[in-house]
Design a protein around this ligand. Structure first.
Ligand SMILES: O=C(O)CC1=CCC(=O)O1
Length: 92
């Protein structure tokens, strides 16, 4: 199942920089493992914002929930999730 997820990150200003950097590194490693596994299919930066638009290919809603709540930056994110299906005019 495919989902579009927009994630907006808001790290509190009083979080020490070293702590924030450590969480961002964990986030990078976590996302790259999921990309290598073919679960995190697209990851795009939204220009001018600390946001991304991502496409996930997961088994079901529960799997997406597990993936998203496992994000190290999850406590600092707002998310918007949209379920996708095949467009009738798509040639793929
Ligand atoms: O920077 C972001 O948009 C949050 C994020 C998702 C995967 C990653 O490495 O950072």
């Amino acid at each position: 199942m495919l989902f579009k997820v927009e994630m907006t990150v808001n790290i509190p200003k009083d979080l020490p920089t070293a702590e924030a950097d450590a969480i961002k590194l964990k986030e990078k490693n976590y996302s790259q493992e999921l990309q290598e596994a073919g679960i995190w299919v697209h990851l795009w930066r939204v220009v001018g914002q600390y946001s991304n638009v991502s496409i996930f290919d997961v088994r079901d809603n529960a799997h997406l929930h597990e993936v998203l709540t496992g994000l190290p930056l999850y406590p600092f994110m707002k998310m918007n999730v949209v379920a996708l299906c095949q467009h009738p005019s798509s040639i793929k």
